[in-house]
Ligand binder design. Structure first.
Ligand code: FRU
Length: 611
């Protein structure tokens, strides 16, 4: 009797590992409750993910204590992709994941059938080889997982640091942490370990960084200081500091430093050398206003003013503010720019970045009015995919460089990618200019570093008179559809000039300049895959701010985006597109005739520019 039961349990024990992946032991404690024990050695526990199911809640237990909780869509019937759970912080300790799977299984027997248990494994490596057709070649993307807002950007010692809202455990919004990348040329990005992780106060929403030259916050002179929103039951503002140049942050023990009794987020702060205090602008999201505070040490904050009640686009929540000074057009002093991202309520639905031009005295922002005495609503970019745009702090040579999230909350989680979701826009230099109506506007100029991307001119045309019959320019397949187009033309007084990017599948993205309305538009209604969201097909329209009909375009085409910059960034449209084949047929026409093309060039993106 004894002997046989021993034999049976030995046989059972031998069968157990077969139910789980390599180096992993799985015990099903109940219908929706499973314990995963890390039994092998390795850097990562690889987690299989299925996109279209609900999140499981995962408590990470180390030596019997819960050290972390996160959510992941652990695969039930099929694995779409995998994500790594980093085991290195717990080396030599007993690690278990207590998984609460979503409701929906009848009993434990059914729960055992989930494919994730067998597919989990311990590994020393995680394969980040790109498997995605639509992953951009020269835009910043996370190697895997979800990304939304760029945030916390600062420049130090020749490096542009870029943090971003990141879910490391899946390709939909969840588990907000600060992912981290760094670049010395704003083109090539190196991926660094996660910089700020969720804690007892909540997940880590957007915020800002700056160099604390005077060491006011207690992290020493020259430390990188960060403020971010701790998003738990409430949204409150927290402080952290880094003494290793932004790789890791120590959270301030007195957090939160700025709790309010209403929803506020995305603190953006900087040191004011004149007043010797910190200034902070904070989105009072549901109140549709920005709050401005000052502080001597990033811990004690005094509310100075608010801006925005009843002003500008008010339809959505106000988020991700920025406030900075730029030389005024014509060399006359300076002006301040207040960026206010809103969602929804953008000009073409969903998210967009509006801005205000005005003056700031260190305490209060006062917006300029137009000739009718109103504060006009202005947009940084008239495409559908430009959101959460903010700028780098401490940039050299007085530069003000901004970058946006190249997506839209309307469909960001549904776009046809899986291993990763979302890219950032190309970085843009901020400049002010006077529009034809006499008002001051913000231009977004592609940063000069992007010229290094230009490889050979692979197609071109010299001067030509444009008419209804399109001028056809073939772009070699060797470009793989990655290129920059430059074009200059003079449109007839009331005429239109059309540039069409087409492919062999008959899909096309169409850019139209219309001299009659002084607008440019971008039509992606037939540009490729769009069935993932009814909000995706769109025609976006930008005012061009000129009176002459003379237009210079720079159009950046990557695997799933087109960014149109007109007249030195005086009008911009950033739009995602998902062509099934690369756009290799460019055609240019003036349907009503009479437009003069000065020249057009297509630069391949040089492989040597991309490291
Ligand atoms: C903007 C935003 C921010 C917030 C973050 C959360 O896209 O909603 O207001 O901090 O995303 O990920």
């Amino acid at each position: 009797m004894r002997k046989s039961s021993l034999i049976i349990s030995a046989a059972l024990a031998a069968a157990l590992p077969a139910l789980a992946g390599q180096g992993v032991e799985v015990s099903h404690l109940g219908t929706d409750n499973t314990l995963v024990r890390v039994a092998g050695e390795g850097k990562y526990l690889i987690l299989p993910i299925q996109e279209n199911i609900d999140d499981a809640k995962i408590n990470v237990i180390v030596d019997n204590e819960i050290v972390k909780t996160f959510y992941a869509r652990l695969a039930k019937s099929k694995t779409d992709f995998t994500v790594p759970f980093d085991l290195t912080p717990y080396k030599g300790k007993r690690v278990e994941l207590l998984v609460e799977t979503p409701q929906g299984r009848e009993n434990v027997r059914e729960a055992k059938g989930d494919v994730c248990w067998k597919a989990m494994e311990i590994s020393d490596s995680f394969d980040t080889t790109n498997r995605e057709k639509y992953r951009p070649a020269y835009h910043h993307t996370p190697r895997y997982g979800w990304m939304n807002d760029p945030n916390g950007m600062f420049h130090k010692d020749g490096k542009w640091h870029l943090y971003y809202q990141h879910n490391p455990y899946g390709s939909k919004w969840q588990n907000m942490t600060w992912g981290h990348s760094v670049s010395s040329d704003l083109v090539n990005w190196e991926h660094l370990p996660i910089a700020v992780e969720p804690d007892g106060l909540g997940s880590i929403f957007s915020g800002s960084c700056a160099i604390d030259t005077e060491g006011t916050a207690g992290y020493g002179p020259g430390a990188v200081v960060a403020m971010y929103t701790s998003a738990g039951r409430s949204q409150v503002q927290s402080l952290a500091g880094s003494t290793d140049g932004g790789l890791t942050f120590d959270k301030y023990e007195g957090n939160p430093v700025l709790p309010l009794d209403s929803e506020a987020r995305d603190p953006n702060m900087w040191w004011n050398p004149d007043t010797k205090e910190w200034t902070l602008i904070l989105a009072h999201a549901l109140d549709h206003e920005m709050l401005i505070f000052t502080s001597p040490d990033l811990k004690e904050w005094t509310l100075q003013s608010s801006f925005g009640k009843g002003i500008g686009a008010q339809d959505g929540v106000w988020e991700c503010p920025d406030l900075f000074e730029l030389p005024a057009p014509g060399g006359k002093g300076t002006k301040w720019v207040l960026i206010c991202n809103i969602n929804p309520g953008g000009p073409f639905g969903g998210s967009a970045a509006q801005y205000f031009i005005g003056d700031f005295d260190g305490k209060t922002f006062k917006a300029d009015t137009d000739k009718n005495g109103n504060v006009p609503t202005k947009w940084m970019d008239y495409g559908k995919d430009h959101y959460a745009t903010v700028s780098w702090s401490d940039a050299p040579a007085g530069r003000r460089v901004a970058i946006g999230w190249m997506s839209n909350w309307e469909y960001a989680a549904e776009v046809p990618t899986q291993q990763f979701r979302s890219a950032n826009t190309l970085p843009r230099e901020m400049k002010l200019f006077k529009g034809a109506d006499g008002d001051i506007y913000l231009a977004s100029v592609p940063v000069q570093e992007l010229e290094a991307l230009r490889g050979e001119v692979v197609a071109e045309s010299g001067k030509a008179t444009l008419g209804a019959t399109p001028l056809k320019i073939e772009i070699p397949a060797s470009t793989e559809g990655l290129y920059e187009i430059t074009a200059q033309f003079d449109a007839d007084k009331k005429g239109k000039v059309e540039l069409t990017l087409g492919n062999s599948a008959g899909e096309e993205a169409v850019i139209v300049y219309d001299a009659a309305t002084r607008t440019a538009s971008f039509d992606r209604t037939r540009a490729g895959v769009s069935d993932f969201s009814q909000s995706f097909p769109a025609v976006t329209v930008a005012p061009t701010h000129e009176k002459t009909g003379r237009v210079e375009l720079r159009v950046f085409v990557d695997r799933s985006s087109v960014e149109v910059f007109g007249n030195g960034g005086e009008f911009v449209m950033t739009n995602l597109v998902f062509p099934t084949e690369p756009y290799l047929n460019l055609s240019v026409s003036a349907p009503e005739g009479g437009a003069k093309l000065s020249g057009i060039k297509v630069y391949a993106v040089g492989a040597e520019a991309l490291r």
